[in-house]
Each structure stands twice: as C-alpha cells, then as structure tokens.
Design a binder for this molecule. Sequence first.
Ligand code: GDP
Ligand code: MG
Length: 470
Amino acid sequence: MTAPPLDPVRASLDRALHALAALGPEPAAHANRIGAILWSPPRIVIVGRLKAGKSTLVNALVGAAVAETAALEATSVVSVYQDGAPARVEAVLRDGSRRPVDAARGQVTALPVPADEIAYLHRWLPSAAIRDHTLVDTPGLATLTAENEARTRRVLIDGFDQTRTASVDADAAVFLFDSTPRADEVDFLRQLGFTPLTTLGVLSRADGFGEGALGARDPLAHAAEHSVALADRLRGTVMTVLPIAGLLAETSHTGALTETDARALAALGPIAPLDLIDLLDSDDPAGAEPQVRGRLLDLLGEYGMIHGRSVAAGGAAALNDWLVERSGVPQLRRVLAHHLGAFAAVRRAGRIVRELDQLAYTHPARDQIRGIVDGLRSDPALREVVLFGHLEAMLEADPMSPVTDELRRLIENPTAAGGLGLPAGSAADQVRAEAQRKLSWAHGQKLSTATAAEDAALVVLIHTYGLLAR
Ligand SMILES: Nc1nc2c(ncn2[C@@H]2O[C@H](COP(=O)(O)OP(=O)(O)O)[C@@H](O)[C@H]2O)c(=O)[nH]1
Ligand SMILES: [Mg+2]
C-alpha cells in the first residue's frame, strides 16, 4: 500500500515542521506537538439546542447507533467520534487524565466518574464515514439545563486555550435548529469563533416542519423553502442551510429496517392518514399490533409512516432508498466533504501557522523560527490559508468592512476571475484590468484603515491583487 500523496498545503507545513525539528531537540519536541495537529483529521462539532436532533444526525453520519439519544447520563457530556479500531471509549477528565469506559456495542450506559469531572468522551470506532473528519456531539445549549450549556462552553471555549489536553479543538461547526434559530443561539455560535465558511446551518426534523405530516403542504418541501430564506438571513453566520430529516437517515444508514417492518408498514396502506395517526395513540389492533406500530413510529416518524406505506410494498430495500433520499443526508455529506471539510482543513492549517508564530515570539531560536514562518506566509500553496486567517480577524474586528467581503470572495472562488468578482471564463486582459482597479482601491483604503486587522489584511490583498494584475 502506498500513502496518498500529500496535498500542497500539508506538504509545505510538513517541510516547515521538519525545518523546525532540525533546530535541536527542544524545537523538535514542539514540531512533534504541532505535527499531531497536522496529521489528525479536522474536527467538526455538532451544536444546537437540546433535542434538536444532534445525536440522531451523528448516528446517521457514522452509520451506527452509537450516540445515545434517550435521556441517559451520556447524553449530557461532549463525545468525540474518531475513526479507529478497536471500538472503545475513554473518558478524558478535566485534569487531562483518561479512564476506560464500559460500552456495549458502542453505547455508553454508565460513566466511570460524575459527569462534571469529564471534559469529553473520546470514542473510537472503525467507520470510513468519519475517516476524513472527526465528529463532536455536544449536549446542547440554553433551555432546560444551564449545566449542560456550561459543559458545552467549557470544552469549546474555555477549554480551547486553557486546558489544551482536555480541549476539543474543533475546526468547523454544524449548527442545528428546528425552526428559526434564537438570538442567543446565534450569539453562542459567534463566540465559538467559527466563520460563515466553517459553519453549516441545518434545519433539523424537516419531516415535521410547519404543519407536520398531516398538513396541507409537504413538510420537506416547506422546510426546503424556509432553508433558502434562512440561509439568506443568516449569511453572516452560516455558509448555507440544509433541510435534514435525521431520523429517516438514522434508520436507513444504521440498517435498522427489516423486511418484517416493510411488510407491516405496507399492510397499513389502506388506512386514511388521519385515521392512521389516531390509531397510533390507541390499543386497537387494526392493521398491526400496537407494539409493531410503535416500533414503526420510532423508526420512521409520522411522515415516514404515512408516506412510506406505498414504497414499503416494494420491500425493505426500496423503503430504505426512499428514506435516504428524503432525509437530505446525501446532500449534507457532499457539503461536509467538499465545502465545510475543506474550510475546516484550511482553518486547521492556519492554527499551525499561528502555533509557529507564537514560537517565533517566545523561543530562544526565534530568528530561525521567524524565517520558517515568513517562508510559509509567502508560500503560494498557503495563499488561501493566509487569506483565511485575515478573514477570521476581520470578521472579529469589523465584519461590515468592504475588506471583509473582498477576502471572503477570494477564498470562496478558486479561479482568478471568480476571486475578483468577474464572471467565469473572463478574458485574461479583463482579469488583469480588474485586478489593477482593485489594487488602486486597496492602496486608497490603506491610507485610512479603521483597525489593525484591516491594515494587515490590506497588505495581503495588495500583494494578491498585485500578482493577479501581472
Ligand atoms: N421526526 C423526527 N424526529 C427526530 C428527528 N431527529 C431527531 N428526532 C427525535 O428527536 C428526539 C431528540 O433527538 P436527539 O438526536 O437525541 O437530540 P439532541 O438532544 O439534539 O441530541 C429523539 O426522540 C429523536 O428520535 C427527525 O429528523 N425527525
Ligand atoms: Mg444528544
């Protein structure tokens, strides 16, 4: 087996770390520590209110029922899901020490110490679905329990630079809400320090959206429409909003559905939707035994039961395919792989540059380390990483500045024309002229910058436009 080729960003960072290690045994120890960040997959944290459907979505993405969704003790602590064999669970305590945790088929039934002594549960399971990014399930914010919120904050914010060992170090976030997110949820998300490029919005429980399964409108279509409006309204917070029915995906992706289930569902076919819902609350054995109907409801929800009946006549495999398609999860996976995951990797690379920067200030070999960092910053392979760092700083300092928009467009559009706001396929001389125009604009801005972040960002913009103008 040969190792996959390094992408250019990682290759550059790897070279820089080797140069650092060559400075002596002590710098080599730092290189090893920073290298561990480089070689572990980016972490994507799932945040949202209690009962928003976070753990259900984690199960769907992992393809196994590993995240507890019942009101167990384990639902109140942060869990980190990482690809690895053998499947096992460790509790990382707040002092950084680790304890093994009993887990039967991945499910944690009891914690080895009280929940507030635990920073997070570290769970390994062999799953290709989490090979490229580690998933972090959180207990949920606000409402109901102030304690859960403190636990989520502790790991994600305070834990971030204070207790490095116990911190989760997430690179991107999936933000779940089941209608319109509340102001306090959006605030919390901003405090986590993610940018719109590293935050994906999910309109969860889309199968029950609006008037629900019995309403005049199809809830999934209604949710899709609402998602577009929300994406526009939350443009400063999320990259986009996707409607997701996590329950349907959990059932189909974990292989829970049997041929018996499909037959039982199909047998309910002749019953009118309203009568079917009434029947779910009664002991009447019509169509199927109450406990069979209860199981179907747990697996499919009201929407899946009402609309899945005709599909179920074609068997469990057909029903499974229908659930996958209706859930919206294939689309979510694509965004995770190509957009959110990609920006998470960019952000992680930026963290490595910042770690090196820190050393260049504090280490006795600061001059050599400064040389290594300067080399990285001017490396064309790291152009996006450097721009991204400035975008993060600008979103913090002055999100409304036109400089922020310029940075965002350059990062989101890999082509020269797109980065300058020109249509794809613009002629080379048009691209040069536009770059020249923006160069003059940036020089003008540089005369009266509002913040230090803007001043630093303009230096990089001027350099970038200068390259494009040639
Ligand atoms: N109908 C429906 N129910 C869902 C969906 N996602 C989650 N649920 C249910 O909502 C409840 C809370 O889900 P859970 O994933 O534990 O929420 P968490 O607190 O955010 O982790 C569970 O009973 C789930 O079965 C969904 O997409 N559709
Ligand atoms: Mg949960």
